[in-house]
Design a protein around this ligand. Structure first.
Ligand code: FES
Length: 495
């Protein structure tokens, strides 16, 4: 890890103060309980409160602590090259609607920023997808044809406003970027002003049905009674018939922040080459920065997180001469089979429980559209995106296919571990892991994920155990950090 500098923490988190909200400490009653304190949950809570409903927002850990606070924070409808494929697979009308849903989401966020005067570094920016090698020129030309079919404002170019050599680039005009945590802190303030209640460190455990009423039990002694519940966690904490487990694939990406002598204020970028690179500028009162990421891979595939960071670091140095790394972090996404999120009723005809998930790496803008959609569904109003994002939409058969998925020797292996390292081993034929902490104490864990039993794998960059099936993340000692798992990894005793 010699070349990694700065904090192992998202720049967005490192550059803001955490908001302070308490645990649920009394029983609450509300019209709606929203579970999950990322952009989906916070915006849904905000829109529902604006409509006059009483809302309680619960977050299992810290608000905006997950994917929302870990991305490059681009508000763009340019999702690398999605539209050509979407037209081929789903038709022009669906592709056009998907584009419009993202455009609308960005405008909704801009409108909230302006209405409440939220200082969140929101700025208009063109978005570029480029190929340096030229190997993706045909793909970019196909995407430009899709732009023309869908009336998207953009075209191919052989240069960009950056000092970056490209063989070909496709621009989409009039997109935006922002600081997601500053934005959501502003939204939370407005939500509370409207009477909304917010609790952190309060984990949803179950929803018990009593007629029209639901009782949300939590990992505190207290409950929330409500009529509707919105599950806006990365992976839904309820999964009827294992639908979401069987259709969503978890991916991990890696990001870094670098200090720069000059501003990167001319566009947001993503490469179409392999390995992919994604980057954008950021500013604070003292310095210019570049946020650079990429290296997306299936979660828990055993690849070295350090090598992913190192590859990004070399790109930043080679392309832009950046050497001062301020931080590095990973973020987790769930990808749906058709790359559209699942936003709507958790099951057909369920009028009490709603879900928002599967943003397929591009969730910030469309989360606002999704928040409006959930609000309209709860209010019984029509919404133009109900069918587009409906979790029960028809998926093709191929899309539905789930992405795949002795004591002395143990003691010797443990002795060779350095502090901060971990290793997999077999215990009575079952997968087990050992982790040596900074005090040189070795912890032994059953590597069976407590969600649905897949085997977790060590992530050496973040020092976490990651589950490849649905994206649960456990800390080095087995506590749940993210994902559908509610219980920690079990301890084992190999001796
Ligand atoms: Fe589902 Fe691990 S997250 S089995």
């Amino acid at each position: 890890m010699d070349n990694l500098q700065g904090e192992n923490r998202s720049y967005w988190k490192a550059s803001t103060h955490a908001v302070s909200y308490s645990k649920l400490a009394k029983d609450e009653v509300a019209d709606v309980a929203v579970i999950g304190g990322g952009i989906s949950g916070i915006l849904t809570a905000y829109y529902l409160a604006k409509e006059g409903l009483s809302v309680v927002l619960l977050e299992a850990k810290e608000l905006i602590g997950g994917t929302t606070g870990g991305t490059t924070a681009k508000l763009t409808s340019q999702h690398q090259t999605i539209y050509h494929d979407m037209i081929q697979r789903d038709g022009k009308d669906i592709a056009k609607q998907y584009y419009q849903a993202n455009q609308d989401g960005r405008k909704l966020i801009e409108s909230i920023v302006n209405t409440h005067n939220i200082r969140c570094d929101f700025r208009k920016m063109d978005a570029y997808v480029f190929s340096q090698s030229g190997s993706q020129t045909k793909n970019l030309k196909n995407e430009e044809t899709a732009y023309k079919e869908l009336d998207i404002d953009g075209e191919l170019t052989d240069s960009t406003p950056l000092d970056l050599k490209v063989a070909c680039a496709l621009v989409m005009r009039d997109q935006a970027e922002f600081h997601p945590i500053k934005f959501l802190h502003g939204v939370l303030r407005e939500f509370e002003t409207m009477g909304g209640k917010v609790y952190q460190h309060t984990r949803y455990m179950d929803a018990e049905q009593n007629g029209e009423q639901l009782t949300i039990t939590t990992d505190t002694p207290f409950t929330v009674s409500c009529q509707k519940v919105v599950l806006a966690t990365l992976f839904p904490v309820e999964d009827p018939h294992s639908f979401y487990s069987n259709t969503l694939k978890p991916f991990t990406s890696h990001l870094t922040a670098f200090e720069s002598e000059h501003a990167f204020d001319k566009g947001m970028y993503i490469s179409d080459d392999d390995p992919k690179r994604t980057f954008r500028g950021a500013e604070d009162s003292e310095k210019h920065m570049l946020i650079v990421g990429g290296e997306t891979h299936p979660t828990g595939d055993g690849s070295s997180t350090y090598e992913h960071y190192e590859s990004i670091r070399q790109f930043a140095e080679n392309e832009f001469g950046l050497t001062k790394m301020l931080g590095y972090w990973s973020e987790h996404d769930l990808v749906s089979p058709d790359r559209r999120p699942f936003i709507g009723r958790i099951e057909k005809d369920d009028e009490q429980m709603y879900v928002m998930t599967g943003y397929s790496k591009w969730g910030l803008a469309i989360a606002a559209t999704g928040a409006r959609l959930i609000t309209d569904l709860i209010l019984g109003k029509d919404n133009p995106y109900e069918q587009l994002l409906c979790p029960q939409r028809e998926l093709s058969e191929s899309e539905k296919e789930k992405a795949e998925q002795s004591a002395s020797s143990i003691s010797i292996q443990a002795k060779t571990l350095k502090p901060g390292q971990a290793k997999r081993f077999e215990l009575d034929g079952n997968p087990a892991g050992m982790y040596k902490d900074r005090n040189e104490t070795t912890h032994y864990l059953d590597l069976t994920c407590t969600h649905l039993g897949c085997e977790v794998a060590w992530n050496d960059g973040d020092e976490t155990w990651d589950c490849p099936c649905h994206g649960s993340i456990f800390d080095a000692k087995g506590s749940v950090l993210a994902g559908p798992a509610k219980l920690p990894l079990n301890n084992v005793n190999p001796y």
